[in-house]
Design a binder for this molecule. Structure first.
Ligand SMILES: Nc1ncnc2c1ncn2[C@@H]1O[C@H](COP(=O)(O)OP(=O)(O)OP(=O)(O)O)[C@@H](O)[C@H]1O
Ligand SMILES: [Mg+2]
Length: 194
């Protein structure tokens, strides 16, 4: 490996990953690359228990045990365009910096579940960011993929499911700009103040 200034790359991505919605975008793109047609995003946010959990579950091709072992290494990627893969290591770092951690459950041919846990009140816990915009970008870019978002917080819960919406739309494309904006606004309205 010739000179790659990892310090620089690391800093650059940290600047870009300033909130959890950007991590979600990044991790969900891994699921798309793995051929998933269903991606579930689950957020459990508890002030009472001082925990924040983010889980991204896909039905993509999954990984073998060796890949799962290597995945936290920033120099591990199966992409050919460049020789480092930072999505997972950066989410692991964000979780660990706020008193939590990352776990990966993956089965070949079945799918992958990535879970990041955070101490909610930790000073370094990144804010949620614009989850509505993240969902809008994912659905707009991959209208054929089904995305769901489940948010629960100490007794209250919210669910969005693009598969159900597509059924209701009855053939009208889900990635029309006005529909994407409605999705974004509905999600952000539900999560406002969180
Ligand atoms: N959901 C997933 N299903 C199958 N393989 C995955 C999944 N997520 C990650 N991987 C594997 O782990 C590797 C590392 O993922 P990571 O997100 O850290 O980096 P990357 O996607 O290769 O690059 P970057 O995220 O920086 O664009 C991927 O190249 C892929 O081989
Ligand atoms: Mg990635």
């Amino acid at each position: 490996m010739e000179h790659l200034n990892l310090e620089f790359v690391w800093d650059l991505d940290i600047v870009l990953m300033e909130d959890l919605s950007l991590h979600i975008l990044d991790i969900a793109e891994n699921s798309i690359d793995a051929g998933a047609c269903r991606i579930e995003i689950i957020i459990s946010d508890s002030r009472l228990e001082d925990t924040f959990m983010l889980r991204i579950k896909d039905n993509g091709k999954g990984m073998d045990e060796e890949t799962v072992r290597k995945i936290r290494d920033p120099f591990f990627t199966t992409k050919t365009a460049r020789r480092f893969g930072l999505g997972i290591p950066l989410l692991a770092q964000s979780a660990e910096e706020s008193g939590g951690g990352l776990s990966i459950d993956s089965r070949q041919g079945k799918g992958t579940t990535i879970t990041a846990e955070f101490r909610r009140s930790h000073i370094d816990r990144k804010p949620m960011g614009d989850i509505g915009a993240t969902m809008m970008i994912l659905i707009g870019g991959h209208p054929e993929t089904d995305f769901s978002l489940d948010y629960s917080a100490d007794g209250c819960s919210y669910r969005f499911d693009s598969a159900a919406l597509k059924k209701e739309l009855d053939g009208v494309p889900v990635n029309l700009p006005d529909i994407l904006k409605l999705i974004r606004d509905d999600i952000n309205e539900a999560l406002r103040g969180r």
